[in-house]
Design a protein around this ligand. Structure first.
Ligand SMILES: [Zn+2]
Length: 263
C-alpha cells in the first residue's frame, strides 16, 4: 500500500519533496514477481540520497490489463445497447466480403467517412436473405467503438409505441422517438408499414420528420415489394422521397444464399 503524503498549512513544498524522498527511500518487494526494488543514488540540495525504483513492470501490466478489461466491458455494454442479435455478433465487413456479399466497398467507405452530424444514410433494398441485415450489423459493429448505434425493426418500434399507448406505460411515443434520436446511427430493419393502419403511418411520418429535422444518420432496410406497397399511400410516398434525398441506395441483387453460406 502506498503511503499517503498530504500537504498541510505548515508544510512547505521542500518538506513535501523531503517526504516523497523519504517514502522512496524504502525498499519494496513486488508482491507479484517477488523482485526487489533497485537502489538509485540521487543528489538533492548537495546531499546524496538513496531511493528505490521498481525493478519490474508488474504494476504497469496490471494497470494495462485493468484498462483492457474496462474497455471490453464498455464495448459489451455498447453491443447490448445496440441491440445486436447474438447470431450477428461475429459478423464483420471483411467476412461478408469473403462471402461475396454486395456493396461491401461502399459500406467500408461509409464507415471510414462516418460523421454523425452529416446525416449520411443508407437505404438497403433487396430480396429476403441476401445479406442486407448482416451488412447493416457489420457497419454498426465497425462504428461501435467510436459511436453509439442501435438496430431495431419497424415492428419493434410499433410494438413499443402501441404498448406505450395501450397499457398507459410511463413511456410515451415522444420519449421513444427521443430515445432513438440519441444514437449516432439508427438501423431500421424490415421497414414494412401496415398501409391500412393510420396510426402506423402517423408514427412513421413522425419518426422520419424527426430524423430529417435533426439530420440523423440511418440505415433503412427494405424488400422492393414493400416499397411498391408504401408508395400507394401519398404520405409514405413523400417519406420515401425524403429518404431518397438523404440516403445512398445499396441494391442487393443476388439470389438468397441463406442456408447455403449461413448468411
Ligand atoms: Zn513484479
Amino acid at each position: 500500500m502506498a503511503t499517503v503524503i498530504n500537504n498541510s498549512d505548515w508544510q512547505s513544498s521542500g518538506q513535501i519533496i523531503e517526504n516523497i524522498i523519504k517514502e522512496a527511500g524504502k525498499k519494496h518487494i513486488c508482491p507479484k514477481c517477488g523482485k526487489e526494488d533497485v537502489p538509485c543514488e540521487i543528489t538533492l540540495n548537495g546531499v546524496k540520497r538513496i531511493v528505490y525504483a521498481s525493478n519490474c513492470d508488474c504494476y504497469e501490466k496490471e494497470q494495462k490489463a485493468k484498462e483492457e478489461q474496462k474497455r471490453k466491458e464498455w464495448l459489451q455494454e455498447k453491443f447490448k445497447n445496440a441491440n445486436i442479435g447474438k447470431r450477428y455478433i461475429d459478423i464483420t465487413l471483411d467476412k461478408l466480403e469473403a462471402m461475396g456479399t454486395e456493396n461491401i466497398a461502399a459500406a467500408k467507405k461509409y464507415v471510414a467517412d462516418f460523421n454523425p452530424e452529416s446525416g449520411a444514410s443508407i437505404h438497403m433494398i433487396g430480396e429476403f436473405g441476401n445479406g442486407k441485415t448482416s451488412e447493416g450489423y457489420a457497419i454498426i459493429k465497425a462504428l461501435l467503438p467510436k459511436f453509439n448505434c442501435v438496430s431495431i425493426t419497424w415492428n419493434e418500434i410499433v410494438t413499443r409505441c402501441y404498448y406505450a399507448k395501450a397499457f398507459d406505460s410511463s413511456e410515451t411515443i415522444d420519449q421513444i422517438l427521443k430515445w432513438l434520436a440519441q444514437f449516432d446511427l439508427i438501423m431500421i430493419d424490415e421497414f414494412v408499414i401496415n398501409i391500412k393502419d393510420d396510426k402506423e403511418i402517423n408514427l412513421a411520418t413522425a419518426l422520419f420528420d424527426n430524423l430529417y429535422k435533426d439530420n440523423k444518420c440511418f440505415i433503412l432496410i427494405n424488400n422492393p415489394c414493400d416499397i411498391v406497397d408504401m408508395k400507394k399511400v401519398p404520405r409514405l410516398g413523400k417519406l420515401l422521397d425524403r429518404v431518397k434525398d438523404q440516403a445512398e441506395i445499396f441494391t442487393f441483387k443476388h439470389e438468397s444464399y441463406r442456408g447455403v453460406k449461413n448468411a
